[in-house]
Design a protein around this ligand. Structure first.
Ligand code: BYC
Length: 472
């Protein structure tokens, strides 16, 4: 029997027997999945200093304690309701929001919830070996914090599937535990979630760029007319912010250390000789994870996106900041590829909603890169990191049919093949990274040579705090 108290929640679980029974059925499968596919080697003896959401108010959701990971209390939380909330955009604008799923939008909504839900366990699977190569206990704890919260985000989507989508919802919830990242026969739905993450530079770039797509999509779903979807994604956004913090500061700390090592190496730039991560390698990982995460916003021209908007299922990020919420006449100027040539065209904005969200995303990523460049500036280096052009290395959308360099110039297939290792991580780059991460750092207060310590510890604890401890 599952006890409702074991699942912190603000959805009245103990008085909803039907939901409780559905979760009773699902929970043991989830725990088995966590044991099989979650952090490898950290299931039994390790206690991790993590925060657990126990309520949605600021004091309650950041509750810190030592926990064995499979015993984490994954909870179900909706942000507080907004009184008399109305649909804020699309064809039903001004009508009251929905508290049940309208039959005509059931398939579309289920598809959105399943796609969102699928990414959460996928990321835990992608990251499951990283604990064996961690740069410090502080970072190890952050990895696990991110992992348990992605697990909680899966619970959030499973709650919606069980509560609002009946039998098909229950089946979908099972399948969320059956698909596996990178599995040839049953892969995860979106491509970036099938990419391996086997070193910590991948992890930090993933949490910087791919979790930021999580932010884009959650912002857009938090505008939804389906109120439970809006409320659950609003709360998820607060956790997502921490994941991006882990990514941005992780890369910033590597860059800080790279600058120190570059000075030590006499400004030669060849920091690999002294165990650092050189700037060209950082740039390649930006190129990779930024382009993979651009793909996660879907096709530039999308009738799906138009109908999500029209029906009020997905809005734009910060919809209230726009003037026109109906968007029936507005046009959007899009760079398009026609017969192999680039040209600008104006298309109905509703069909360009994926691109509109991608614009927001690119701006948010650029702010992070600008902050990284301040580190280079502060150390007196003229090198700068940058985002590649949006057409670079695309696997989804119209630019996926041609190759482009990071400046956005078209390339022949032969040129691409010849030069791709200049722009994207090569097998040798990956081999090098694994070589400097081969030995995990488990000693409190110690940090691997390639990364600087953070400015402060977690929740006021010192850097040499035992963020993860072993207890037989
Ligand atoms: N990979 O009309 P289109 C997160 C498919 S991350 C593979 O453009 P749409 C997190 C598409 O499914 C946020 N396939 O699609 C981060 C469609 O297939 P069908 C996750 C792709 O629907 C880190 C076809 O191409 N949340 O939370 O406008 C750690 C036509 O495409 C991809 C969401 O994604 C791709 N990249 O846009 C943990 C929100 N892109 O129907 C968590 C929910 C497109 O022809 N999802 N396709 O078989 C959505 O809103 C939309 O599904 C998408 C795609 C924006 C992803």
């Amino acid at each position: 029997m599952i006890s409702a108290e074991r699942i912190p929640n603000n959805v009245g679980l103990s008085s909803n027997k039907r939901l409780q029974r559905a979760l009773e059925h699902w929970q043991p499968k989830y725990i088995q999945w966590w044991r099989d596919m979650g952090p490898q080697g950290f299931q039994d003896y390790h206690q991790v200093y993590v925060r657990t959401a126990v309520s949605v108010d600021p004091a309650g959701w950041a509750h810190f304690e030592y926990v064995k990971l499979p015993e984490y209390r994954w909870g179900i939380f909706l942000a507080d309701p907004v009184h008399d909330r109305r649909i804020g955009f699309g064809d039903f604008m001004g009508q009251p929001v929905w508290h049940e799923v309208p039959g005509e939008f059931r398939n579309q909504l289920r598809r959105l919830v399943v796609t969102q839900g699928d990414t959460e366990p996928a990321s835990v699977e992608q990251q499951r070996w990283l604990g064996q190569r961690c740069p410090s206990l502080y970072d190890l704890r952050n990895l696990f914090q991110v992992n348990v919260e992605e697990g909680r985000h899966l619970w959030a989507m499973v709650y919606l599937l069980h509560s609002y989508f009946g039998r098909d919802g229950r089946d979908e919830a099972e399948e969320l535990l059956e698909r596996q990242s990178g599995n040839r026969d049953k892969p995860r739905i979106l491509d970036a979630f099938n990419e391996p993450i086997d070193n910590w530079l991948d992890f930090f770039m993933f949490t910087m760029f791919t979790d930021r797509d999580g932010k884009s999509q959650l912002l857009s779903l938090s505008e939804s007319s389906l109120d439970p979807l809006s409320r659950t994604t609003r709360f998820m956004l607060t956790e997502e912010a921490h994941h991006m913090f882990v990514g941005e500061t992780g890369v910033a700390r590597i860059l800080e250390r790279t600058c120190q090592l570059m000075k030590q190496a006499g400004f030669s730039g060849d920091v690999r000789k002294i165990g650092g991560i050189d700037i060209p390698t950082l740039q390649k990982f930006i190129n990779l994870w930024f382009s993979l995460s651009l793909d996660l916003h879907g096709n530039e021209v999308s009738t799906n996106a138009a109908s999500y908007f029209a029906n009020g299922l997905k809005g734009r990020a910060y919809e209230e900041k726009w003037d026109d919420h109906a968007v029936t006449e507005a046009l959007y100027e899009l760079e398009m590829l026609r017969d192999g040539r680039l040209e600008k065209n104006r298309i109905p904005m509703r069909t360009a909603m994926n691109e509109v969200l991608r614009d927001w995303y690119v701006g948010d990523c650029q702010n992070g890169v600008t902050r990284w460049n301040r580190i280079l500036e502060r150390h007196g280096f003229s090198d700068r990191l940058r985002l590649p052009d949006r057409k670079f290395n695309r696997g989804i959308g119209m630019f996926s049919s041609l190759h482009f360099d990071p400046e956005g110039h078209p390339l022949t297939d032969a040129d691409w093949e010849r030069r791709r290792n200049e722009w994207l991580p090569s097998p040798l780059d990956r081999e090098y990274l694994l070589s400097i991460m081969a030995e995990p750092v488990y000693e409190p207060g110690k940090f691997a040579n390639y990364i600087a310590p953070p400015q402060r510890g977690i929740k006021g604890a010192p850097l040499n705090f035992e963020y993860v401890r072993t207890e037989a």
